[in-house]
Design a protein around this ligand. Structure first.
Ligand code: ZN
Length: 324
């Protein structure tokens, strides 16, 4: 009993991975008779149908899958994944998929049951849960133990997520494994460059001004990886609203540290951040709004910020310009 509970509760990623392998074997056996990848009914060489949650993962799967996948992301720009509930249309998209990628670690906190149900039928992969716990940031969750889900803010951890996507696509569609391998290698080179750019740009901000204050605690991995102190008004999730004590605590911290700029996020209301700025002003300390950052959601499709590479670069430039 204890063993069962531990496996289900404490090691969800392992169980999901095992389910994924099982489902992949079934899928390969089915595809085996025609010798082709699962078809989308387009008459030609079928594409793998992939359904994803946040834009960052949609973009990642498109980069690794290339022409062999058809990716449908359910969360549009500006949407907060912590609060997002799957619609009936989203459920259909999950049902139509050959494979599902989501972040996990409770980022999509209102969708847990959907993923559990889908995992019984098809590979349903939580990319953040394939990262070894030693690389994750532990946070307290109402006294219990949990991990910070915002792994995409450490580009090196996102490279691990890219490996996971490559491995899972290859397992399900071994015919195109060489293409996934090549795409993943090309994308890893881009991520490598991005990681160096972030490191260099943040290091250019004088150490005493290297403090990133945002609406919610999305930037923990960013701070750890790139040596910048981070502080959010709300916690790791946006599910509980900032109280008046959170606002006054943050105000006092900013005044004491003489911090000049704080940031809002596209997917989180800026009401409480505005209250902090006004509170500090009443105490005679002027704080500027340093700009809007893409935290849990990316920018509009077709803009540079609508890609992971562009979003991270935009954030870093915005932070550096405001704090320098
Ligand atoms: Zn978040």
């Amino acid at each position: 009993m204890d063993k069962l509970t531990r496996r289900r509760g404490g090691n969800g990623a392992f169980v999901r991975a095992a389910i994924a392998i099982g489902a992949a074997v079934v899928a390969m056996a089915t595809a085996g008779c025609s010798g082709a990848a699962p078809t989308a009914g387009d008459g030609g060489h079928g594409k793998l149908r992939v359904t994803t949650t946040i834009g960052q993962i949609t973009d990642l799967v498109e980069n690794v899958g290339g022409e062999h996948v058809q990716v449908v992301g359910i969360m549009p720009p500006g949407v907060d994944p912590h609060l997002y509930k799957a619609t009936q249309g989203d459920i259909s998209k999950f049902e139509d998929a050959d494979i599902i990628f989501y972040n996990g670690l409770h980022l999509e906190g209102k969708m847990t049951e959907v993923f559990e149900e889908m995992a019984e039928r098809k590979p349903t992969i939580a990319v953040a849960e394939t990262i070894e716990p030693a690389s994750l940031i532990e946070v307290s969750d109402n006294g219990g133990k949990a991990y910070d889900p915002h792994i995409w803010f450490d580009v090196r951890l996102w490279m691990v997520a890219a490996e996971t996507v490559k491995d899972e696509l290859s397992r399900l569609d071994p015919e195109n494994a060489a293409a996934y391998e090549a795409n993943a290698a090309a994308y890893a080179a881009e991520l490598e460059k991005l990681d160096a750019y972030v490191r260099e740009t943040i290091a250019g901000i004088p150490k005493e001004r290297r403090v990133l204050v945002t609406a919610h605690d999305a930037f923990g991995y960013f701070g750890k990886a790139y040596d910048i102190e981070v502080r959010g008004l709300q916690g790791i999730s946006t599910a509980s609203e900032a109280g008046s004590k959170d606002v006054t605590d943050l105000r006092d911290y900013l005044v004491a540290k003489k911090i000049k700029a704080i940031f809002v996020e596209t997917s989180v209301s800026d009401r409480s951040i505005t209250a902090v700025i006004e509170g500090a002003r009443e105490l005679g300390h002027d704080i500027a709004e340093g700009g809007t950052l893409y935290s849990d959601a990316m920018g509009e499709a077709g803009t540079p910020e609508g890609t992971y590479l562009g979003m991270v670069k935009y954030n870093v430039d915005t932070i550096a310009n405001a704090l320098k």
